[in-house]
Design a protein around this ligand. Structure first.
Ligand SMILES: [Zn+2]
Ligand SMILES: [Zn+2]
Length: 137
């Protein structure tokens, strides 16, 4: 990847990050922990060397298992990163926080044994450009 200045922010904007080097991983993780931590079906990550990420704003973290931390904004709750003593040379930032979502190109699915089964069906669902579908009654 040529863009060495990827950047992102949380929902409220009080925490920002800027990468000074290219990502070393672009993973979509399907593990149950990522599903629960992000309240979503999977988590898309960019992996960087920890020293290649500059942070601006107050962030905090939750130790989800011994030696593993999941960072988030204490104001709005947006998930920001995953890091673990198992992989001290990397910090994984959530792709959903990118300023430019199009700057992300995932290249691998991981922990697919825990993938939610309904993902198989979503490409065949009806689509709507807006959110204008009335609820079923
Ligand atoms: Zn925030
Ligand atoms: Zn995971």
């Amino acid at each position: 990847m040529s863009d060495a200045r990827l950047s992102g922010r949380c929902l409220c904007g009080s925490v920002r990050w800027t990468a000074t080097a290219a990502p070393v991983r672009n993973l979509i993780c399907h593990c149950e922990s990522c599903q629960r931590a992000t309240s979503s079906a999977f988590a898309a990550f960019l992996g960087f060397a920890p020293h290649a990420v500059q942070w601006d704003g107050p962030k905090t973290d939750y130790q989800s298992s011994p030696g593993t931390w999941r960072g988030f904004c204490p104001t709005c709750g947006s998930r920001l990163y995953f890091r673990s003593d198992k992989w001290p040379e990397e910090i994984h930032l959530h792709a959903g926080t990118l300023d430019d979502p199009a700057a992300y190109t995932p290249d691998r699915h991981v922990v697919t044994a825990e993938r939610v089964p309904w993902l198989d069906q979503i490409d065949s669902l009806p689509t709507d450009d807006g959110f204008g579908v009335a609820p079923k009654r």
